[in-house]
Write a new protein. Structure first.
Length: 169
């Protein structure tokens, strides 16, 4: 397989995977392009490579920078802004986990906390059933939250050795 074909396939696949991480396809494709690029890339080259508009490119680059997955790079003698992605996949995975937690899990926990104290408006059995279910979801969500905190703070060696221990048992 030729390098360009492999790059294009990776960018397309990473774009599809992006929706599973809570980001849009174009944002994931920009991230993929920057991941597999040996050198930082300017906005115009991103636009050209992915056939997307300047506005779409700028909006998604801004969001990737906000996530901490991409950074602006200033090159000596260049007036253009260039962009580079974090290449360490362990760092990328921790960033994505932390962002998903912030955008999805934290609001859900806050919501569950707000509805967990039901004391009236139904029979004791209905209220007990509701609060038991909600509190179970809250406990599971807190466990997921704590697990993400542990993974996000872990280094590669600790994570790999822990996963291997789990798999062996």
């Amino acid at each position: 397989m030729q390098l360009q074909e492999a790059r294009n396939q990776f960018i397309a696949a990473w774009g599809s995977f992006g929706s599973h991480w809570g980001i849009n396809r174009t944002m994931a494709q920009i991230h993929a392009l920057l991941l597999v690029s040996a050198e930082p890339i300017c906005t115009e080259d991103i636009m050209s490579s992915l056939s997307i508009s300047r506005g779409n490119t700028n909006m998604n680059l801004r969001e990737l920078i906000n996530w901490g997955l991409v950074e602006r790079v200033l090159l000596a003698g260049e007036r253009k802004e260039f962009f580079s992605a974090e290449k360490d996949i362990w760092v990328v995975a921790r960033i994505i986990a932390r962002e998903r937690k912030k955008r999805e899990l934290a609001p859900m926990i806050k919501f569950l906390d707000s509805i967990s104290d039901v004391q009236e408006g139904g029979s004791e059995k209905e209220i007990a059933s509701f609060t038991t279910t909600i509190n179970g979801i809250r406990r599971f969500s807190q466990l997921a939250n704590n697990t993400i905190d542990t993974i996000a703070g872990a280094d590669e060696n600790w994570l790999v050795s822990t996963l291997l221990k789990i798999v062996k048992h």
